[in-house]
Design a protein around this ligand. Sequence first.
Ligand SMILES: [Zn+2]
Length: 215
Amino acid sequence: MAVESEIVEEDKEVQPEQSVEEAVQEEPKEETRSVLPGDLIGTSEEFIPKSGAYLDRGNIYASASGIVKINNKDRSISVDPVTNTPPHLQVGDIVIGQVTDVKDSVALVEIAGIKDKGEREIVNADQAAIHVSNVKDAYVKELYYEFAPFDIVKARVLDLRNMRLSTVNKELGVMKAYCGNCRNVLKIDNSKLKCPKCERTETRKLSSDYGTGII
Ligand SMILES: [Zn+2]
């Protein structure tokens, strides 16, 4: 078992196209190798994938961001999620954020976290936008009826270059909203939002998880 991994190490060293810098980075401590989901971390001939890793056509990939752990006893390879590896945003990710501004055609959202990746600082995102065409399947008359500043929203990442988000889906949309009058948290009352304090009613593009706290 140990022999096999040594052979792999040697193979790496003699690869001519690898720069000295890369060889130095990769070679000495495999235990501290930091990876992102989708990164190739080994093969089924070398290891058995455990938590944070998956097998696809003989290759083992990371399914989580974290540090690669190799157990030489049972030949297992896993990825330990670590808090100092900030998550990278990817297209298709479900994010949680707060609406900072609502304009005629776009709601601006400050992304706070990625679903399943913890609410940690995200490397490649700050301000995102939900365009009026990506709010819901139905026609949107006024974006002001769908979102308001301070709303907590759950949305899907459409593209990273323009940081466009979508809430077109039953479970996507506003998770928590505040009364525009008294700032109390609005409650669902007959599929409308109502302020329990001042009784003002408001409308939003609601997530089916509104008020549940479920992300
Ligand atoms: Zn109120």
